[in-house]
Design a protein around this ligand. Structure first.
Ligand SMILES: Cc1ncc(COP(=O)(O)O)c(C=O)c1O
Length: 394
């Protein structure tokens, strides 16, 4: 959420950068993802990091209206924010939490148990009602959870037994209810992810071994899940009971390979910013910190209210671009903290208050911008700062 911006008088917004989020694009993306899943498969949208920079306060209710069943978040505060927004859909915190367990359980937020310590934290908290628990098993991501694979990525019987023991402990606990079992795929956006011999293939197989072992032991958590956006699009065999897409909900592909498989995704966000100053400069005029850029010819330079403190990468100094009117303009010199200069060209023409489009719409795509900065689309979107005013259409 972006309370600092929300308190500003509306007319100040004209002078601020804008991230405009098209809520109909979000709904279309949810429909596009749903069209790839079997009837009955639930859809959990990942809305961590302020809905990937899109602003969870407006995005989450729109996603509920679009038929999303559940939300995934990274931390307790994000889960409680959703409840404070009035979202009553299922919420899962993707990582074990040590604080706020009683409050989360009271708010009916599902918690992740990744090891004995995370279960012990729930028992110690003795929540007022049993916590809904999703057991996290590590099938090769190497981040969180009871590892059920060996170094070769194949299912490891000792690891599976340990995961079963943990599941049984959750099941026995009077402070927890075993509701789900899940894993996270490390390479589902790879070009070969659909092949059985791929890392993803091995992860899915190892996960199935755990799910089957749980069933044999009489433990059948209602919700089995593994698929992020890439697997939702590229690996139907990894859908199980629920898919957990994030980036694709916002209309961005997680990789070029997945982009080719999902041309129907619609980027929801456009980033533009106002021109605050325009000048004609002679050939050779230096622009910006370090005087790293000099006008190659007489040209028009516009200064724009957007900088690296807003999440516009400094790596785009003298290489990023934006669209002003019909014209593409390159970043002239170093991106500053709050401002950036654009070379509008010898025939360029703009007025103070005109807006330059940096991401989406008539401008470059978020993927293009991120890649030009040596980054990737997730980082670009989640770093869009609180001074950028979020606006919603649709
Ligand atoms: C556990 C978990 N599930 C799902 C997602 C959604 O991933 P993506 O945005 O690639 O769809 C994430 C995000 O990284 C995640 O951490």
């Amino acid at each position: 959420m972006t309370p600092a911006v929300a308190r500003r008088p509306a007319d100040l917004a004209d002078d601020a950068p804008h991230a405009t989020v098209d809520l109909t694009a979000l709904a279309a993306n949810v429909a596009a993802l749903r069209a790839r899943t079997a009837p009955g498969t639930r859809l959990m949208a990942a809305v961590k990091a302020d809905a990937y920079g899109h602003g969870v306060a407006r995005t989450a209710p729109a996603l509920v209206a679009a038929g999303v069943d559940a939300f995934g978040v990274a931390e307790a505060a994000e889960a409680l924010d959703l409840r404070a927004l009035g979202v009553s859909a299922d919420v899962l915190v993707f990582a074990p939490v040590r604080a706020g367990i009683a409050e989360l359980a009271a708010a009916d937020v599902a918690l992740t148990v990744a090891d004995a310590a995370s279960l012990a934290a729930i028992e110690r908290a003795a929540p007022p009602r049993p916590a809904r628990v999703h057991l996290k098993v590590d099938t090769g991501m190497g981040r969180l959870g009871a590892s059920v694979v060996g170094a070769d990525g194949r299912s490891d019987p000792a690891g599976v037994r340990a995961a079963l023991a943990l599941a049984a402990a959750v099941d026995r606990s009077r402070h927890a209810v075993l509701e789900g079992v899940w894993t996270h795929l490390a390479c589902a956006d790879d070009a070969n992810a659909a092949e059985p011999g791929s890392v993803t293939g091995a992860q899915v197989t190892a996960f199935e071994v755990v799910v089957e072992a749980l069933a044999r032991a009489g433990l059948r958590p209602a919700t089995v899940h593994a698929a992020n956006s890439a697997a939702t699009i590229a690996r139907p065999d990894a859908h199980f009971d629920l898919v957990r897409p994030g980036i694709a909900v916002y209309g961005q592909p997680p990789s070029a390979h997945v982009a080719a498989l999902a041309p129907d995704l619609r980027p929801a966000l456009t980033l533009d910013a106002p021109i605050t100053f325009v000048k004609r400069v002679a050939a050779g005029t230096p622009i910006g910190y370090g005087a790293t850029w000099r006008a190659p010819r007489a040209t028009t330079v516009a200064t724009v209210r957007l900088g690296y403190a807003d999440g516009f990468p400094r790596a785009l100094s003298s290489r990023g671009r934006a669209v002003v009117g019909e014209r593409s303009a390159v970043v002239a010199g170093r991106v500053c903290m709050d401002q950036v200069m654009l070379d509008l060209g010898p025939h360029g023409d703009a007025r103070v208050g005109d807006r330059a489009v940096f991401v989406g719409g008539a401008g470059p795509t978020a993927v293009e911008v991120a890649e030009a900065a040596g980054s990737f689309v997730y980082e670009l979107l989640t770093r869009l700062g609180p001074r950028i005013v979020r606006r919603y259409v649709g």
